[in-house]
Design a protein around this ligand. Structure first.
Ligand code: GLU
Length: 311
């Protein structure tokens, strides 16, 4: 019965989104992303029993971009534990994803692991003690393991496109390096960062990979304990407060779930105890978050009664 309700709601939302004219603007500062068709839309919800409700372009891989930061944070916490918080904070930034002003005030320590500066600092920690290729392999294998799908790959054209044009990220990284926050050569850290942002995944693969966050650190189908329940709870808290940059308050207000967006137009959202959700709609709003992704998630949580703040 509840499977039927979920299937119906997901299909309805996909139909509604197909008819919307307000689709936002596809990111163009990474030239390769500007080629994506703004009419694309995919939605996948995987509930606690492993039931998959999917609609639209649910199996089309897209550039996960900053959604990768959830997984690099998970890996870095596994590696360094609470020592990670010496180099990156846990507060919402209230500024754009690639803002540099705050870094000066805060002496090179980024506000949180989900703004670009914070994610670059997290990547640097994963890189330490490895060659860039090994660190990248570790991140990619982690994604493949979580999604149960070894076909997940990096889109090299997107990585090269960002590498050629990522001047702002290079500025952030050099600035942090000047404060001693990064341990590795800046070009190595940036290379790994650009490549993990360029991982391509479908909504189905992404929703699978996010299941451990919805279920206290464990994948309920495989029984794999990915992280402790405490760590999953904390990652979710950071997604709620910082996962949508300067739009995090609006996302919490409208959707009411922990979520992480990427400029490729994807969002991974977590309904604790209930479901892992991935949505993809490439057009972005002014804060750089998927416009219809947010609209679709708002409709989903409302109709299913899934907001963490109450029905
Ligand atoms: N690779 C992108 C950048 O660093 C990620 C930004 C995002 O997805 O929000 O600019």
């Amino acid at each position: 019965m509840s499977n039927q309700l979920l299937d119906r709601v997901v299909a309805e939302i996909a139909d509604e989104m197909a008819q919307r004219a307000d689709r936002g603007e596809v990111a163009s500062y990474i030239p390769e992303l500007a080629r994506v068709d703004p009419r694309r839309f995919g939605l996948v919800v995987i509930d606690a029993d492993g039931h998959v409700a999917a609609a639209g372009d649910s199996d089309v891989p897209f550039s996960i971009q900053s959604i990768s930061k959830v997984f690099t944070l998970t890996l870095a916490l596994g590696k360094a534990g609470d020592r990670l918080w010496h180099r990156v904070g846990r507060e919402p930034s209230g500024s754009a994803f690639n803002s540099i002003v705050q870094l000066e005030h805060e002496r090179g320590i980024p506000r949180n692991p989900f703004i670009n500066a914070g994610a670059i600092a997290v990547t640097d920690l994963i890189l330490s003690g490895h060659q860039p290729r090994e660190a990248l392999g570790e991140i990619l294998r982690f994604m493949q393991f979580l999604a149960g799908d070894s076909s997940i790959a990096i889109d090299e054209a997107v990585a090269r496109s960002e590498q050629r044009t990522g001047f702002r990220n290079a500025a952030l990284a050099n600035y942090m390096k000047s404060f001693g926050v990064l341990d590795n050569p800046v070009e190595y850290t940036l290379g790994v960062y650009f490549h993990h942002c360029a991982i391509a995944m479908s909504c189905r693969q992404l929703a699978m990979a996010g299941r451990f966050l919805a279920h206290s650190g464990q994948n309920p189908s495989t029984g794999h304990n990915v992280v402790s329940s405490e760590r999953a709870r904390r990652i979710n808290a950071l997604m709620l407060t910082c996962g949508h940059y300067d739009g995090s308050g609006e996302f919490a207000y409208r959707v009411g779930l922990p979520g992480k967006s990427g400029v490729g137009g994807g969002v991974l959202a977590v309904a604790p105890g209930r479901a892992s959700i991935a949505v993809w709609a490439p057009g972005l709003d002014a804060a750089g978050n998927s416009h219809l992704g947010r609209v679709a998630l708002e409709a989903l949580t409302k109709r299913m009664g899934w907001s963490i703040f109450g029905v």
